[in-house]
Design a protein. Structure first.
Ligand code: SF4
Lengths: 586, 201
C-alpha cells in the first residue's frame, strides 16, 4: 500500500488501496500470467463499469492467470507520484505495472485516450510499441472504441475486437505455453494474430494518398488476416457471468447488482454506434437472469438490481422478469431499477411495480426534435408516442421528465431545432390539461442536447461534423425557442464533442495528436473541469493535423476508411444503403 | 403506538477499523455495514415507512485515516441470535482492517450508544518529537482544558482521554494543532498519526 504520508494528502484515498469485498487474492507462485486490467478513468467511474466486473471474474477463474486492477490516478495523486517518483501500481498486490505480463486497457470512450498514455508513462513504460522490448509488458486494449483501433495503433501491441468471453482463454493458453526466459513477443503476437478478433497493428502497413486519405491498408506479415472479425458470444445463457462482483468500500457512480438482460439492439438508429457494433440481438432467459441476480445479491449485499441493456423496452419477457425479481427480493428490501426504460402503454404497469416508492424522473430520448429528423435518423418514435408516454407518466405521478436530443445531425435544418422547444412546451401543456388531482406541483421538463459525432460503422460515418461555433449557434437556437417556463435546457460542451469526433474517426496519424495533447498536459478530457481546448488546438498546430481533414470534410463512399478492415458484421453496402435512405425525401 | 423496536433485539457491536479500512468514511461505513449484514444473512430490522433502512447506528464518527481499536455500532435484529455466532458471521464479511471484536445484547429501548458516548481515548503520535511534562502544564490554561479528562506523554506519543459526544466534545486534531503551534513544531498536521483506542459510554 502507498504509505500514509501520501494517502492522507489525496482526495478519497480509498481509490488507491483496494481491499474491496470480493477482491481476488491469489498466492503468487510465479506460474500465473499476470494481467493488469487498466481502466483509464478515475476509480469511481471504473468500478461502476459492468465490463470490468465480468472480465475480472472471467480472467481470475483461471488458476494460471491473476488479473489485478489499476485506475487512472486523479491529478492530485499524479502530482505526488511524479514528485516522489512512485510507479503506478495495481490495487490487489501493489505491484508496479511494469512487472506485469499484460496491461489491458478498456476503451469505453475516446476522451480517455490521453489517460492511457499518462498511465503508461506513470508506469515507466515506453509509450510506443516499437520502443518496447520483450521484457516489457504486452500492452493490449479492447472495448467498444476498439472498432476503430487506429488512433492508438502506435501504442498498443494488440487489440481485441469483440466480446472477450469467447476468445481470451485462447490468448492466455498460448501465452502460458510460450512464456519463460526465452519469451519472444513477436512470435507470441504472430500466433495470436490468427485468432478471430485479434488485431496486431505492427503487422499492417498504411499507405496514404497525397490528399491525406488512405491509398492502401495491407498486412506486412503473412500470418495477419486482411480483415479482423469481431468476436461475439453466441449463447448468452451459457456464457460466463460472475457469481460475485467487487463491492467498493466507498461510494462509486453505481452501487448495484448489474443484470445484463441482452446484448445488441434490434433498432437501427443511424447515428448510434452501439446499435451497429453490438449486433446481433441476444437475450438471456428469465431463468438465467433470476439465478444470476440471486447469486449476486447474496455475494454483494447490494440493495439494488439494475437491468442493463441498450433498450430495455425491447426485452420480450420484461414483465415476467420484473415480477419474478420483485417476488423474490422485495422482502429483502431490494429494489429493481430500469434505467433506459421508456414509458408506453405496454410497460406502464411494470414501471409502477418497480418504482413503488420514489417517483424519480423518467427519460425519453426522441433524439430528433421533428418527425422529419426522426425519420432521417430512423428513430421509430412518433410525436404521438412521446405525448402518450408523457401523459401516462404524468398520470402515474411522475412529474419530472428528461428529454434527450442530438443537434447537428446530417441533413438538419433550423426547423428541426426549433421543434425541440415546441415539443417541450406541448408536453407541459399536456400536464396542465390533466385533472387537478393529477397535478401535485408544477412539472419539470429537462431538455438536454448532445452534439452529433459521426461514428465508425454507422450509416453516418461519411458525414462531416459541425465545428464548435456551429454547435453553439444551434444551441442558441434551441434555447431561444425554449418558451415554456417549466422547461429547462442543458447542453453538452461543443469543444469536447469536436475532439471526440477527431479521435473517433481518426487514423494512425492521430496517435501523434493524442501524444502531443498528453505532453501538453491533457488529462481526464471527459471531465469538463479538466478538458482544455487550448491544449488540443496547440496539439493540432504542433502536429500539422487539421480538423478540416478529420472532422469537417465529406468522405466519399469509395474512400478507404481507417476502420474498414474491422468486420463488425455490418457490411459497407448496407451502411451505404442506410446512408442513402436517410436522405430527406422531398 | 408501541415503538416497534421493543419487538426487536438490539446488539452492540465492538469492532476495530485499521489499515486500509481507515479510509472508509463515515457515510460509506454505514452502507458498508448495511451490505455486510445482508451478506451475512442476518435478520436485520428495517425502519417503517416509504424508504425503509436498516436500524443501524454508529457511535461517534471516526475521522478519515484514523485507526479505531474499539469502535461501537448498534444494529436491531428481528430475531435473537447467539452473540458468538453473530460475531463469527460478521467477521466472514469483513475486509482487511475491519474486525468484529465482540457483541452484546442490550435492552432494545433507551438511548443508543451514539447518544451515550461520553468520552474517547486517543493515542496521538507526533513524528520525531520528544515531549516533556511542560506541555501538559500548558494545556491546563487553554480554553479547552475542561474538555480534557486525562493526558499522558510517552516519547513521541500523547495519550489523551477527551470528552466526546453531543454534550462536550474535543477533537484530537484540535489538541494536536495547539501543541504544534505552542511548541513551534515543524510538523505538518497531516503527518500526525491518530488512533482511537476506546469509546467510553
Ligand atoms: S439509440 Fe438506442 S434504440 Fe437506437 S439503435 Fe441505439 S441503442 Fe438501439
Amino acid at each position: 500500500m502507498y504509505n500514509d504520508e501520501i494517502l492522507l494528502r489525496v482526495d478519497k484515498p480509498a481509490r488507491y488501496v483496494g481491499n474491496e469485498i470480493n477482491m481476488m487474492r491469489k498466492e503468487l507462485n510465479g506460474s500465473q500470467a499476470r494481467f493488469a486490467f487498466a481502466f483509464p478513468d478515475v476509480y469511481e467511474v471504473g468500478m461502476s463499469h459492468n465490463g470490468l466486473q465480468i472480465l475480472y471474474g472471467l480472467f481470475n477463474r483461471r488458476d494460471d492467470v491473476y488479473c489485478e486492477r489499476v485506475f487512472a490516478p486523479w491529478t492530485d495523486m499524479e502530482a505526488i507520484m511524479r514528485d516522489k517518483k512512485l510507479p503506478l501500481c495495481t490495487l490487489e498486490t501493489y505491484t508496479p505495472l511494469s512487472n506485469f505480463n499484460f496491461i489491458g486497457f478498456t476503451l469505453q470512450y475516446e476522451m480517455t485516450y490521453t489517460n492511457i498514455l499518462n498511465m503508461l508513462d506513470l508506469a515507466g513504460i515506453p509509450l510506443h510499441s516499437a520502443n518496447r522490448s520483450d521484457s516489457h509488458p504486452i500492452i493490449c486494449a479492447g472495448g467498444p472504441c476498439a472498432v476503430n483501433p487506429e488512433p492508438l495503433a502506435e501504442f498498443i501491441d494488440f487489440f481485441f475486437i469483440g466480446e472477450a468471453e469467447e476468445q481470451f482463454d485462447n490468448v492466455f493458453d498460448i501465452y502460458n505455453q510460450m512464456k519463460g526466459e526465452n519469451f519472444n513477443k513477436q512470435a507470441f503476437l504472430e500466433r495470436i494474430a490468427t485468432l478471430d478478433g485479434i488485431y496486431v497493428p505492427s503487422f499492417y502497413d498504411v499507405i496514404y494518398n497525397e490528399n491525406g486519405t488512405i491509398a492502401d491498408f495491407k498486412p506486412n506479415n503473412p500470418v495477419a488476416p486482411a480483415k479482423i472479425k469481431k468476436v461475439i458470444v453466441k449463447n448468452m445463457d451459457n456464457v460466463y457471468y460472475p457469481e460475485k462482483t467487487l463491492v467498493p468500500l466507498i461510494d462509486v457512480v453505481h452501487n448495484r447488482v448489474a443484470l445484463e438482460i441482452f446484448r445488441g439492439c434490434i433498432r437501427g438508429c443511424r447515428f448510434c454506434q452501439a446499435g451497429f457494433i453490438y449486433r446481433p440481438h441476444r437475450i438471456k432467459t428469465v431463468e438465467t437472469l433470476y439465478n444470476q441476480a440471486k447469486c449476486l445479491i447474496q455475494a454483494t449485499g447490494h440493495d439494488d438490481i439494475s437491468l442493463l441493456s441498450l433498450a430495455t423496452n425491447d426485452y420480450p419477457h420484461l414483465e415476467e422478469l420484473v415480477d419474478k425479481l420483485n417476488n423474490s427480493f422485495a422482502d429483502d428490501n431490494v429494489n429493481i431499477s430500469l434505467p433506459s426504460l421508456r414509458i408506453d402503454a405496454a410497460n406502464q404497469r411494470i414501471l409502477e411495480k418497480v418504482q413503488k416508492v420514489r417517483k424519480s424522473s423518467l427519460t425519453f430520448a426522441p433524439e430528433g426534435g421533428s418527425q422529419r429528423m426522426r425519420d432521417i435518423i430512423n428513430k421509430n418514435i412518433s410525436e404521438q408516442d412521446i405525448f402518450d408516454g408523457a401523459r401516462l407518466a404524468f398520470q402515474g405521478g411522475w412529474d419530472r421528465l428528461k428529454l434527450y436530443f442530438i443537434i447537428g445531425l446530417p441533413h438538419e435544418i433550423d426547423e428541426d431545432l426549433t421543434a425541440i422547444g415546441k415539443l417541450a412546451s406541448d408536453i407541459v401543456e399536456i400536464y396542465y390539461s390533466l385533472p387537478k388531482e393529477n397535478r401535485r406541483r408544477p412539472p419539470g421538463i429537462t431538455v438536454s442536447t448532445s452534439c452529433f459525432i459521426p461514428k465508425p460503422h454507422t450509416p453516418f460515418q461519411w458525414h462531416p461534423q459541425h465545428n464548435a461555433q456551429d454547435f453553439m449557434d444551434k444551441q442558441r437556437l434551441v434555447k431561444s425557442n425554449m418558451k415554456s417556463k417549466r422547461a429547462s435546457y442543458k447542453y453538452h460542451d461543443a469543444d469536447t464533442s469536436v475532439i471526440e469526433g477527431t479521435l473517433s474517426r481518426g487514423d494512425r496519424r492521430i496517435g501523434s495528436l493524442i501524444e502531443q495533447a498528453w505532453r501538453l498536459g491533457a488529462r481526464f478530457d471527459s471531465w469538463s473541469e479538466h478538458f482544455n481546448w487550448q491544449i488540443w488546438q496547440q496539439a493540432f498546430e504542433n502536429t500539422g493535423l487539421t480538423l478540416d481533414f478529420y472532422n469537417y470534410r465529406n468522405r466519399s463512399y469509395d474512400e478507404i476508411l481507417p476502420w474498414d478492415f474491422v468486420d463488425v458484421y455490418v457490411s459497407k453496402d448496407y451502411l451505404i444503403k442506410e446512408s442513402e435512405n436517410a436522405r430527406p425525401k422531398n | 403506538m408501541l415503538d416497534p423496536k421493543t419487538n426487536y433485539y438490539r446488539y452492540r457491536i465492538f469492532y476495530s477499523k485499521t489499515g486500509s479500512s481507515r479510509f472508509i468514511g463515515h457515510l460509506d461505513l454505514q452502507s458498508f455495514f448495511n451490505k455486510a449484514f445482508k451478506r451475512a444473512n442476518l435478520p436485520v430490522a428495517y425502519s417503517q415507512g416509504f424508504n425503509p433502512h436498516q436500524l443501524l447506528s454508529i457511535a461517534l464518527p471516526l475521522s478519515m485515516g484514523m485507526s479505531g481499536k474499539n469502535e461501537i455500532a448498534e444494529i436491531y435484529l428481528t430475531l435473537e441470535i447467539d452473540t458468538k455466532i453473530l460475531v463469527e458471521k460478521l467477521n466472514k464479511q469483513m475486509p482487511q482492517g475491519m474486525e468484529i471484536l465482540n457483541a452484546e445484547l442490550v435492552p432494545s429501548v433507551g438511548k443508543s450508544a451514539a447518544g451515550l458516548v461520553n468520552a474517547a481515548k486517543y493515542l496521538i503520535r507526533f513524528p520525531s518529537t520528544k515531549f516533556d511534562e511542560n506541555i501538559i502544564k500548558s494545556l491546563e490554561t487553554t480554553d479547552f482544558a475542561d474538555k480534557i479528562i486525562k493526558i499522558q506523554i510517552q516519547d513521541d506519543i500523547i495519550a489523551a482521554t477527551l470528552y466526546a459526544g453531543s454534550a462536550k466534545n474535543l477533537k484530537p486534531q484540535v489538541l494536536a494543532q495547539y501543541i504544534i503551534d505552542s511548541l513551534n513544531l515543524d510538523i505538518e498536521p497531516k503527518d500526525i498519526g491518530y488512533e482511537r483506542t476506546q469509546i467510553l459510554i
